[in-house]
Design a protein around this ligand. Structure first.
Ligand code: TXA
Ligand code: MG
Length: 327
């Protein structure tokens, strides 16, 4: 990880947060667009910048689990178990909210989402700030998350003056979200921490989500999407489809796990890493790059049906929602 963030940069960012301004910062999953979680006006600026409906709740980021009680209440033992095992790290817990938490953060729900990120820049920022930072992923609503400071600037330009550059995010996809506000823990959003890892830590199975489960905007079917239509398919279908689209005068971009590409004029082909960690790390940067190629479609090779690819399959499915799955 490369970071150019100095102690002074952190202090300046803390001054901005305290003044009610937005600060974009790196986490180990994706970049966040942060505001002082205890300042409702500051939090409103996040919704305005993202173009996100204000009933979509935000994650409160804190430096350590000791701050949980400031934001949540009635914390069940299984939530403590998960916090102990996976924090700091790419896990978000949904808990009953402390009544003091603003509706602007919770979207008016009776729960609050909390995460302790492990990225050293996020840790330094949260420690010096000393309180909670509400932050969604630093992208405009419905678009691909940002995994570098350059992506954040692409998304927001001058609207966000303060962007801490902590290098490319390690994990590359958003945190695993577990609802711990009910009787049993429930997976709300898959992430790098797999259900199997959660169940091993809990010593019991996760509950299946029911109709009362809290809303998660990342689970809107279409999300994390490039502007170019994304078509998701098994690898062996890609070459045939690329040829037939080329015959119709269409330019295609391809994201596959092999560099073995056919010779098609104007085609853009990105060979993604073959391991899940590498694939996740590069995923959003790859989708952004292919989106910018100005092609008629992005053909994406489906990820393997294995536990460590579970969250990647989820994100690919959402990127393709509305365009199509080719079977
Ligand atoms: O990795 C991540 O989680 C990144 C980094 C910046 O921490 N953040 C992130 O935030 O992905 P965002 O806002 O893009 O996605 C957070 C998800 C949303 O789908 C939101 O609906 C859900 O968390 N969420 C937040 N508060 C919730 C709550 N009280 N109950 C249920 N879902 C909640
Ligand atoms: Mg997001």
């Amino acid at each position: 990880m490369t970071t150019t963030v100095s102690k002074d940069d952190i202090s300046r960012a803390v001054v901005q947060l305290k003044a009610g301004e937005l600060v974009a910062f790196p986490t180990e999953t994706v970049y966040g667009l942060g505001a002082d979680a205890s300042n409702a006006d500051a939090v409103q600026k996040i919704y305005a910048a993202k173009g996100r409906p204000s009933n979509h709740p935000l994650i409160v980021h804190v430096a350590d689990a000791a701050q949980l009680a400031n934001w949540a209440c009635n914390i069940p033992p299984f939530a403590h178990t998960l916090a102990k095992k996976f924090w700091p790290g790419p896990l978000t817990l949904v808990l009953k909210r402390n009544p003091k938490v603003h509706d602007a953060v919770t979207g008016g729900q009776d729960t609050v989402a909390i995460r302790v990120p492990s990225h050293p820049v996020a840790q330094a920022l949260l420690r010096e700030f000393g309180s909670g930072v509400a932050a969604p992923s630093a992208n405009r609503f419905g678009r691909v998350s940002a995994t570098t400071a350059a992506h954040v600037r692409e998304e927001f330009g001058k609207v966000v003056a303060c962007v801490l550059d902590g290098g490319a995010a390690d994990v590359g996809i958003e945190s695993t979200i577990v609802d711990c506000s009910g009787k049993a823990p429930t997976l709300l959003r898959p992430g790098w921490i797999t259900p199997q890892q959660l169940e091993a830590a809990l010593g019991s199975a996760l509950a299946a989500p029911d109709a009362d489960a809290p809303r998660v905007s990342g689970t809107l079917e279409k999300h994390y999407s490039p502007q170019t239509p994304v078509l998701l398919m098994e690898g062996d279908l890609i070459v045939g489809l690329a040829h037939s689209m080329a015959r119709q005068g269409k330019r295609v971009a391809v994201l596959a796990r092999t560099a073995l590409r056919p010779l098609i004029e104007g085609m853009v082909w990105l060979a993604a890493p073959v391991d899940a960690a590498g694939y996740a790390h590069d995923l959003y940067a790859n989708l952004r790059e292919l989106d910018q190629a100005g092609c008629d479609a992005i053909l994406v090779e489906q990820a393997p049906e294995l536990a460590e690819w579970f969250a990647i399959r989820d994100r690919l499915g959402r990127a393709a929602a509305g365009s199509g799955v080719v079977a």
